[in-house]
Design a protein around this ligand. Structure first.
Ligand code: HEM
Length: 455
């Protein structure tokens, strides 16, 4: 593993869309998925909108009142008339779309694409405009602006999903969320961002190419490129709406707490791997670390699992330990380094239905997001837990059987059984979030295959 020897690439920030390498940090969002009626109209609309997309250059002064991203599904590239040879050269998972990958992701039963929200997973969603601001009136103004340009060119809004941060940046189960992110070389790191443990337990930053196309990644200084114009400065976006059954979660943790003689908050923390305040069980196994530690993102996120091989402090199958096992698998961080993701999700509340709009940016959907969902969350084999799924987002047949369990560790080990479902997929899409110049190329309808020119 030559991870630490890769040359540190400097990202072309004016070409990369904002929110990828550094979070925008707004508290509200609106995600408008739109259907493009024909290529001419789609390009004309895009031409009007590209200039409003926010890039990744640092804001010199006060932050703007709003920011925007634009991304496209595979069906969207088709609708915009992208050359079939370019489309054919894009990765299979992206071409299939999230609904097409339901079997890989375990989206069956109540999570099956047939039961998803209207407009998601059907091929109708072509373009996604994600808008962010800090107050509701600004979000509404931005939404009106996008809707009116869309209607001028005949684009239909097929999904309008709003999101808003909850107090203290918590998700609906009450846990502080979103602060554990990968450190990327060449990018100023955010507080709390963590790298990949080397064999001495030191955390090293990940190469840029793990998240943005066209830069060195862990495997190579010159990884295989997507076809132009998508070969540089873009990324893939995983957009997944996950409903959370908060009452069921609270009832489950209280009931099992009674049986095991533990407070409900401890049961919940063992399922997540962190206390509600965000402090990790690895560092604070018996009670939360306290406000001072929780406020210090660096302290809450600088830990490994290698010194807790039996999951006595943090259960082997806890959500955060599965989603990023750090050095918890053999060979330090070698087995985990290529499966990291940048997360930019935000909670949603649609009347009685609430949950998380999970958003991840990755260079490779299959190797990063799907691998984690399929092998680490839906299965427990990698952690010596047989087919035990993640207690929060795991899905497998055992979830609904009477035999499923979550192992809490300890001597003797304790279990939560049977399992229950607290999270249901309401729908989702895989998108390409192109560089800003690739968006212009799409808007101009430039013949994309012939302009192939390497870098
Ligand atoms: C409703 C669904 C979900 C809930 C409630 C949830 C909750 C959480 C919480 C509370 C944390 C700890 C805070 C943090 O590290 O920032 C976390 C971390 C994380 N989650 Fe989730 N999550 C959900 C879905 C997912 C999904 C679908 C994936 C990917 C398949 C995922 C991957 C991760 C990763 C990679 C981390 C960071 C772990 C680390 O670096 O230590 N989560 N999640």
């Amino acid at each position: 593993m030559t991870l630490w020897r890769r040359r540190a690439a400097i990202p072309a920030l004016h070409h990369v869309q904002g929110n990828v390498l550094r979070p925008f940090g707004y508290t509200r969002g609106a995600h408008l998925f739109m259907h493009v009626p024909d290529a001419r109209a789609g390009r004309a609309w895009l031409h009007q909108v590209v200039g409003t997309v926010t890039d990744a250059v640092d804001w010199p002064g006060a932050k703007p009142v709003a920011a925007r991203n634009v991304s496209l599904t595979y069906a969207g590239l088709e609708a915009l008339g992208v050359d079939p040879r370019v489309r054919a050269a894009l990765p299979e998972a992206f071409r299939a779309g999230m609904a097409g990958r339901a079997a890989v992701l375990g989206d069956d039963g109540p999570c099956a694409p047939e039961r998803w929200d209207a407009g998601l997973g059907t091929g109708a969603a072509h373009v996604l405009v994600s808008l962010f601001a800090d107050d509701a009136p600004t979000v509404e103004r931005e939404v009106d602006d996008v809707r009116s340009s869309a209607s001028r060119w005949g684009l239909d809004v097929v999904v309008d999903q709003r999101t808003a941060q909850l107090l203290g940046a918590r998700e609906h189960f009450g846990f502080s969320d979103g602060f554990s992110q990968p450190t990327i070389s060449g990018v100023p790191s955010m507080p709390g961002a963590d790298g990949v443990p080397d064999r001495f337990g030191r955390l090293r930053p990940l190469p840029l190419g793990e998240f943005v196309h066209g830069y060195p990644d862990i495997d190579s200084d010159d990884p295989p490129a997507l076809p132009p114009p998508f070969h540089r400065n873009g990324t893939f976006q995983v957009w997944r709406k996950l409903a959370q059954d908060v009452d069921a979660f609270n009832a489950y943790t209280a009931r099992h707490g009674d049986v095991l003689g533990l407070p409900a908050a401890t049961v919940a923390a063992k399922m997540i791997g962190r206390w509600q305040d965000g402090t990790p069980l690895s560092l604070f196994p018996s009670s939360p670390g306290g406000e001072e530690v929780a406020r210090d993102a660096d302290r809450t996120n600088t830990f490994c699992y290698g010194d807790d091989p039996r999951g006595e402090r943090c259960p082997l199958g806890a959500h955060v330990r599965r989603a990023n096992p750090r050095d918890g698998l053999p060979f330090g961080g070698v087995m985990t380094a290529r499966h990291r993701m940048i997360r930019r999700g935000m909670p949603y509340t649609d009347g009685d239905d609430r949950g998380l709009v999970f958003v991840a940016f990755v260079a490779d959907i299959e190797r990063q997001f799907e691998f984690v969902q399929q092998h680490w969350c839906n299965d427990g084999d990698a952690f010596g837990l047989g087919d035990e799924p993640d207690p929060i987002v795991g899905r497998n047949a055992r979830l609904t059987s009477q035999h499923g369990k979550t192992t809490l560790g300890g001597a003797p080990p304790r279990f939560l059984s049977p399992l229950a479902e607290f999270v249901t997929t309401r729908g989702g899409e895989y998108l390409l979030l192109p560089s800003i110049d690739a968006l212009w190329a799409l808007a101009d309808g430039r013949s994309l295959w012939r302009c192939r020119s390497g870098r």
